[in-house]
Design a protein around this ligand. Structure first.
Ligand code: COA
Length: 189
C-alpha cells in the first residue's frame, strides 16, 4: 500500500502509487530515449514488472516517499516525483522527478509539482533542507527548481559520465529559512 499522502495543487495532484499504476504508458516513458536521456533508469530496460518492484520497494521504504504526478483534468498520470532518501537526523531530503508524457512538457507541471512537494516537505514534514541534482546539460530541470524558489548551490565538476564523456552535476537546494522568508504567512519549523 502506498504511504504517500494525496497533495493538491492548482492543475495537479500528487498521490502514492500502487501496482495498478504500473501501466504500459509508464514503462514506455522510461524506455523512451527522449525521456530517459538524463535519468539513471536508462541503464536498464524497464518493464511493467520492474516498475511494480520499484513501487513495492518505495512503498516499504521508511525514508522515501514516491508520488505520481496527476493532471486534475481526467486524472491523467504524467510523471513521478520522489521525496527521499530522507536523512532524519539532519531533516534533509532529496527530490527527484520526471514528466514522462512528452506532450505535457513545457506547461509548468514540473514547476508546480516541485512547489507542491516543497510545501509538503517544509509545512507537514518539518524538513530543514531539500536538495536535488541534475546533469548540467538539462537546463530546463534547473529552471523548474529555480522557478519554485530553489537556488543553485554547487557545481560538481565532471561528476558523471554522459555518453562516455565527463559532465558537471548541478546541485540545487532550498533551506527552511529561505522557504519561510519567501512565504512569511507560513509557520516556521
Ligand atoms: C525536465 C522536466 C522535468 C521539465 O518538466 P516541464 O513540466 O516541461 O517543466 P516546466 O514546464 O515546469 O518548465 C520549467 C522551466 O523550463 C522552461 N522550459 C520548458 N520547456 C522548455 C523548452 N522546450 N525550451 C526552453 N525552456 C523550456 C520553462 O519556461 C520553465 O522556465 P521558467 O520558469 O524560467 O519559464 C521534463 O522535461 C522531464 O521530465 N524530462 C525528462 C526527464 C528528466 O530529464 N528529468 C529531470 C532529471 S533531473
Amino acid at each position: 500500500m502506498p504511504h504517500s499522502p494525496r497533495l493538491e495543487g492548482s492543475s495537479l495532484y500528487l498521490r502514492g502509487l500502487d501496482h495498478v499504476d504500473a501501466s504500459k504508458a509508464y514503462s514506455d516513458w522510461l524506455n523512451n530515449p527522449q525521456v530517459n536521456r538524463y535519468l539513471e533508469t536508462r541503464h536498464e530496460k524497464q518493464s511493467i514488472q520492474s516498475i511494480k518492484n520499484f513501487i513495492t520497494d518505495k512503498n516499504k521504504s521508511k525514508n522515501e516517499y514516491l508520488f505520481g504526478i496527476f493532471l486534475k483534468l481526467h486524472n491523467k498520470h504524467i510523471g513521478n516525483i520522489k521525496l527521499g532518501p530522507i536523512r532524519k537526523q539532519h531533516k534533509l531530503a532529496e527530490i527527484s522527478l520526471f514528466i514522462g508524457e512528452t506532450s505535457e512538457w513545457g506547461k509548468g507541471y514540473a514547476t508546480e509539482a516541485i512547489n507542491i512537494i516543497t510545501n509538503h516537505a517544509f509545512n507537514d514534514m518539518k524538513m530543514n533542507k531539500l536538495v536535488a541534482s541534475m546533469y548540467a546539460e538539462i537546463k530546463i530541470s534547473t529552471r523548474a527548481f529555480i522557478s519554485a524558489g530553489w537556488k543553485e548551490e554547487a557545481i560538481l565538476k565532471d561528476h558523471y559520465l554522459f555518453n562516455g564523456k565527463p559532465m558537471d552535476l548541478i546541485i540545487v537546494g532550498i533551506t527552511a529559512q529561505q522557504y519561510y522568508k519567501n512565504s512569511p504567512e507560513k509557520n516556521p519549523v
